[in-house]
Design a protein around this ligand. Sequence first.
Ligand SMILES: [Zn+2]
Length: 422
Amino acid sequence: MTLAERMNGMYHDLETLSADERELRTWRRLEQVLETAWDKGGEFASRMDRAGLTLSDIGSLDDWARVPVLRKKDLVTMQGKGPRMGGLLACEWGDLRRIYQSPGPIFDPEGHGPDYWGWAEAFHAAGFRKRDVVQMTFSYHLTPAGLMLEEPLREIGCAVIPAGPGNTDKQLELLTSLPVTGFVGMASYLRIIADKAQSMGLDLKKDLQLEVAFVAAERLPESLRRGLEEDFGMLVRQGYGTADLGCIAYECPVLGGMHLSNRCHVEICDPLTYEPLPLGETGEVVVTPFGTVYPLLRFATGDLSYLLDQPCECGRTSLRLGGIVGRVDDTAKVKGQFVYPSQVAEVAACYEQIGSWQLVVSNPGGRDRLELRLALTAPLDEQEFIQAFQAKCKLRPELKVLGDDDSMPADAPALVDNRVFE
Ligand SMILES: [Zn+2]
């Protein structure tokens, strides 16, 4: 199949809705979720009750941010509170199709219906097409990854090899003895397979037939993507989702962000107040999937990202996430501004002379102080660096260049919060 054939076309009409159409559809779907959760889910009713709200208080999309969030880290305890996962599940256990378990431990219930987790449009955007032969290297055991990501392949009409993770020799044997055109798994694992194949003298373009890869579950450095695309002569696209929610966003042929999925409502919120932030600002990803079996309303993922508002050349009209920049637990609010180690890393990466760095937040006399400790391998223009830091992170750090006597352990945390609040 040609590259153009893989990159063209939409999976369904929802991908090109106008902003008004999308808003109307979003609210209609949210209303269904809201009513189901209110009627059947004890958890949601009590969450609303604690906030002094009833169903009639949420009458439009404008009211949506009034719905109190459900934080991922609270799921473990809530799922254990009584029948039907503490009232989170809107049906009986036996009505489900599958029940998975992810680390936590957290149960992930799966309902019936085609493409339940909503990944089909993501796989189509990544270039997967009918009659592809796809090697699935995510686990099929207990966690949802393998089966969850096999559903969309079935919808599109691909044949799947349920290889599961590990056993690189076996993976390579499959890749060379069958006409495998698609790979699903972690990009870092595809790199391991590629290195092994090359060490055995195989030609990745001639001896293998890979044309597309869908990767997830880890940060994808552009250098890793480029290397794989060049070595195999293939497309590598990533998706973003969680075991609780399914698909949240995905890349299209045009790189530079991940389109929001049409099967959920996504907000970027202040991680403390959960108020939606203006477009472009970094905050916590809060998601409400449109499914009614396990209605997770305003589910706060703990992931940090931001939305891009420029239209995408691919023709899809949904907004795009600019990438996952970190976890809420790894951030701190300093002088009213969240500081994200991943953003600091981006700035530091532009200066070769910075060997390592660490952010230290303190509050002497009750005033926030942001110190950036630097281990340098050569002199640094500190003023220039501070300006670059400020442009990216909106905060001005005090630099402390470590001398030969000070050392920074290799496993030192990127952010240390030493503030005392009395
Ligand atoms: Zn696009």
